[in-house]
Structures are given as C-alpha cells and as structure tokens.
Design a protein around this ligand. Structure first.
Ligand code: CP
Ligand code: NVA
Length: 332
C-alpha cells in the first residue's frame, strides 16, 4: 500500500480506491484500540492547527480529541480569532502556520481556499468542510455503512434532497470510487454539478457501479440500503433561502413512508446537525415562519430503529484520527 505520509487530504478525488480503503481499515483499527484502552500516542509531540471559518461540533471535537489521543497538541482558531483571508492572505497564513505546526485543518468557504492553503503550507492540510466538499465526513459514513452491511460494493446509497451540496457531492465521489451504486434524488435545481457527475460516472465505470440522478422519490428510494439526507440550507447560504428550499425539497423529506420504499434492511444516515425538530433556534424560526414542524427528516425516522446517525457521528473521531495519523507518520 502506498504511504500517505506528507500528503494533504483536500478531496476524495485526489485518492485512489485503495488509499481510501486503507484509511478505512486504519480507522477501524484505531477504533478498536480506543475501545480496548490501548494507548496509541503515535504522533507524540506534534502540533496541529484547526482553522474554522464556519461553526462546528463534530469536526472540531474529532480533531481535538483525536489529536490528544495521538499524543499531539491542537490549537483551535475560530472565525473571529484569526486574520485569515481578512487582514492576512491565505498564502501568508499558510507559510506562518506551516512553520509552526505539523498539520493544519481548515473549514471554510470555497474549495480553492483550502487548496491554496495546502499549496503554501509545506505541511499536510486537511479539509474539514468547504462549500463544495466534506471528505472527512465520507470516511465516517462509509465506515458506518461497512459496520452495518460489510462490503458495500453492489449496494445502493441514495442522497435525498439538496443533493448538490458539499455532503451530496462527496457521497457521490466516494461511492463512485468504491464501487457503490449512488443515487442523487432531488429537484433538478439542487443536483450536483454536471461536470462532477461526469467525472463520477467515469470513476463508477472503472469501479463497476452506477450513478443515477432522479427527481422521483420512489425511484430514488427503491432498493436503497442507505437513505442519506442533510439540512436544506447549508452554512454560508443566506437564511432567505429557507422558503424556496422548503418548497423545492419538502417532497424529499425522509419520513416513514419513504423509508418503507427502500430495501427492507435500509438504514438512515445524516451527517448532522439536523433540524428534524423544533429544539434548535433555526428549527423553531422555520416553524414560526413556514409552519413546518419537521424538515429534512421526521422525528420518527431520526429516532427510529433504522437510524445510525449517532454511530456515524462517533465514527468522525476514528476516521479523522486515521487521516491525521496516515498523513503525519514517518514514511514507510
Ligand atoms: N457533520 C459535521 O461536520 O458536523 P459539524 O458541523 O458539527 O462539524
Ligand atoms: N451541508 C452542511 C453540512 C454540515 C456538516 C453545511 O455545509 O452546512
């Protein structure tokens, strides 16, 4: 297996199926070690910087706890605490942080920002979510799927709703790479970019899977082992979009009827956070404005026996540790 030592982790398109499988195996092993209480401070003494230009619960905590488990120190830079892109260019920030840290995580806006950071940092850079992609999320998702079903090749994964967002795009890429059938099910206006669909169709041909795009909910759900969804308005998008998105995406709400159309053993997945109820400020605001008590997924499905959302969230930790370890360890 090729070594990922010294590489950045910016998008899954940059990695071979073997490299992605290697990271998943490593994550499963780190999960086992953590559960068994085996120490794994393989990166003792290293330092990582975590830049967040958008908010986070899971990704930040996975990087911080993961860094600590591996023996490292993490420094968190929140949206207001750094000069990046405002008082200082990304190029200069990259050179400064690259001289102090062994690795840098970045969550923010356009993919080009994380790519620029990686070009100038001289140390591995990890994409913690951009407008276009969310690659670390995908490792956690596939690990969760494999824990449920074993080998995923030949199974169908359907993303319902805002299929062209960062999570939908990345899910299409990882499925195409790993030979998993993928279906983007949503309104035409919210589909992944056609160039990316073309790239993924070519990858799917190599890996022996299919990429399907459909507006038909029943067709999308039919035979799927995984029904996946995400919030209808992503970070960085204007809140005014809610009205339009509700109108477009309501037919794709994941509810018991929709789950009933999927495979009998289908599971429900969501990267989180979710506005499945009114316990959040945004959920309450949307309810007040539009009268919808449930959005992309119903409480019944989210809390139901097929939901794997919290297993998926835990797997963010193990997979992010695998990414840091694989890229920061000495070359083999
Ligand atoms: N799924 C995910 O990335 O969650 P956070 O935004 O909380 O990091
Ligand atoms: N699509 C969501 C994912 C959050 C983890 C967003 O970008 O806000």
């Amino acid at each position: 297996a090729s070594s990922l030592s010294g590489r950045s982790f910016l998008k899954l398109l940059d990695f071979t199926p073997e490299e992605i499988r290697g990271l998943l195996d490593l994550a499963a092993d780190l999960k086992r070690a953590k559960r068994a209480g085996e120490p794994h401070r393989y990166l003792e003494g290293k330092n990582v910087a975590l830049i967040f230009e958008k908010t986070s619960t899971r990704t930040r905590c996975a990087f911080e706890v993961g860094a600590r488990d591996l023996g490292m120190h993490a420094v968190y830079l929140d949206p207001s605490a750094s000069q990046i892109g405002k008082k200082e260019s990304i190029e200069d920030t990259a050179r400064v942080l690259g001289s102090m840290f062994d690795g840098i995580e970045y969550r923010g806006f356009g993919q080009e920002r994380v790519e620029t950071l990686a070009t100038h940092a001289g140390v591995p850079v990890w994409n913690g979510l951009t407008t276009e992609f969310h690659p670390t999320q995908m490792l956690a998702d596939v690990l969760t799927m494999q824990e449920e079903f074993g080998e995923m090749r030949g199974r169908k994964v359907t993303f319902m709703g805002d299929a062209g967002n960062n999570v939908g795009n990345s899910l299409m890429v990882v499925c195409a790479k790993l030979g998993i059938d993928f279906c983007a099910c949503g309104p035409a206006a919210q589909m992944p970019d056609s160039a990316l669909v073309g790239t993924c169709r070519a990858l799917a041909e190599e890996s022996g899977s299919k990429i399907e795009l459909t507006e038909d909910v029943a067709a999308g759900a039919r035979g799927a082992s995984v029904i996946y969804t995400d919030i209808w308005v992503s970070m960085g998008e204007p809140a005014e979009l809610w009205g339009k998105r509700i109108e477009l995406l309501s037919p794709y709400q994941v509810n018991a009827r929709l789950m009933g159309e999927a495979a009998p053993d289908a599971i429900f997945m969501h990267c989180l956070p979710s506005f499945h109820d009114r316990k959040t400020d945004v959920g309450e605001e949307v309810y007040q404005k539009f009268g919808l008590p449930e959005l992309e997924v119903t409480d019944e499905v989210f809390e139901g026996p097929r939901s794997r959302v919290f297993e998926e969230a835990e797997n963010r930790l193990h997979t992010i540790k695998a990414v840091m370890y694989a890229t920061l360890r000495d070359p083999q």
